[in-house]
Write a protein that binds this ligand. Structure first.
Ligand SMILES: Nc1ncnc2c1ncn2[C@@H]1O[C@H](COP(=O)(O)OP(=O)(O)OP(=O)(O)O)[C@@H](O)[C@H]1O
Ligand SMILES: [Mg+2]
Length: 250
C-alpha cells in the first residue's frame, strides 16, 4: 500500500527557500531516517508530512491523503513528536496528562485508551514520573514524555523529531529496538529525524540526506558514502582521512 509520497516538495518562509525538489516514494510500512546539518530543513519536512505546514510547491501524500487538508482524520493514526527545543517547558500539566493529551481526540472511538497510555510510558520507562509536573522533568525525561505522547496515537505512522537526542545510550538502544519491532511486527511506519544514526544502522533503514535539497536517498549503506556526507556536512576527504563537521544537539 502507498505509504509516503513526496513529489517535488518545496517550502518557502517569506521568500526563503527552506526546502525544494524533495521527492520520494515509500510503501507502507517503512522505516525512514532524515538526516542533515542544522538548518537543512529536516523539521520543516517532518512538519509538512504531519500536516502542520502547507507546502509552497509540489505535493505530499500520507496513505494517499494530503496531510494538510486531512489533518483531522490523519491525527487519529499519526503520532508526532516535536523537536525538544520547540517545546514550551512551562506547560502546567502532569506527565500523565501530557502523554494522554492526544487521546482527547479519540476518546469515544477506542476502548483501550488507558492501556495505550500505560504501554507508551512503559516503552520509554517513565512509569515512576507520571504524577510529576512536566515542567519539573530533566531534558531527557521530557523527551521520553513527548515520545510516549506520540506513541499513544501513532498506530499507523510515527513522525519523530530527534526523539533520542537527550536520552542515555542504553535507553536509546532499548527504545530503538521497540520502534523497530513496531515497524517489523506491528506494521507501523516510522520517520525519525536524527543527527546520530549509528544506533539505527543495524536496521539498514532508508535514509534521506538533506541540505535544503535532497543530497541522497536510499538504503543506509548506499547513502552513507564519504562523498555524500561531505556534500551535506561540508567536511572534506583527503587521501585516507575524512573530517566530519556534523554535531549532535538537543
Ligand atoms: N516558521 C518559520 N519561519 C521562518 N523560517 C523558518 C521557519 N521554520 C524554519 N525556518 C527556517 O527554515 C530553515 C530550516 O529549518 P528547520 O528547523 O527545518 O531545520 P533543521 O534541519 O530541523 O535544523 P536543526 O538540525 O537545527 O533542528 C532554517 O533556516 C530556519 O530558520
Ligand atoms: Mg530540526
Amino acid at each position: 500500500m502507498s505509504g509516503l509520497e513526496l513529489d517535488s516538495v518545496e517550502v518557502r518562509f517569506d521568500g526563503y527557500e527552506a526546502l525544494s525538489g524533495v521527492s520520494l516514494r515509500l510503501r507502507d510500512p517503512f522505516f525512514l531516517v532524515i538526516m542533515g546539518p542544522n538548518g537543512a530543513g529536516k523539521t520543516t519536512l517532518l512538519k509538512s508530512i504531519a500536516g502542520l505546514i502547507r507546502v509552497s510547491g509540489g505535493s505530499i501524500r500520507v496513505f494517499g491523503l494530503d496531510p494538510f487538508s486531512h489533518r483531522s482524520s490523519l491525527r487519529l493514526i499519526v503520532g508526532y513528536m516535536p523537536q525538544i527545543s520547540e517545546i514550551n517547558t512551562d506547560i502546567p500539566l502532569k506527565v500523565i496528562d501530557v502523554v494522554a493529551s492526544p487521546l482527547r481526540l479519540i476518546r469515544d472511538r477506542r476502548g483501550d485508551l488507558a492501556e495505550r497510555v500505560y504501554w507508551a510510558v512503559r516503552v520509554v520507562e517513565l512509569d515512576e514520573y507520571l504524577d510529576k509536573p512536566f515542567s519539573s522533568l530533566s531534558g531527557g525525561l521530557r523527551q521520553r514524555a513527548l515520545l510516549a505522547r506520540a506513541l499513544v496515537t501513532g498506530s499507523r505512522l510515527l513522525l519523530l523529531d530527534e526523539p533520542l537526542s537527550m536520552m542515555d545510550h542504553a535507553l536509546r538502544v532499548r527504545v530503538l529496538d521497540t520502534l523497530f519491532k513496531l515497524y517489523r511486527e506491528g506494521g507501523v511506519s516510522i520517520v525519525i529525524v536524527s543527527h546520530d544514526i549509528s544506533h539505527c544502522l543495524r536496521f539498514d533503514p532508508y535514509i534521506l540526506l538533506l541540505k535544503r535539497r535532497p543530497i541522497a536517498f536510499g538504503r543506509s549503506m548506499e547513502v552513507l558514502s564519504l562523498s555524500n556526507l561531505s556534500k551535506a556536512y561540508g567536511g572534506f576527504v583527503s587521501d585516507r582521512e575524512f573530517v566530519f563537521l556534523g554535531e549532535e544537539h538537543g
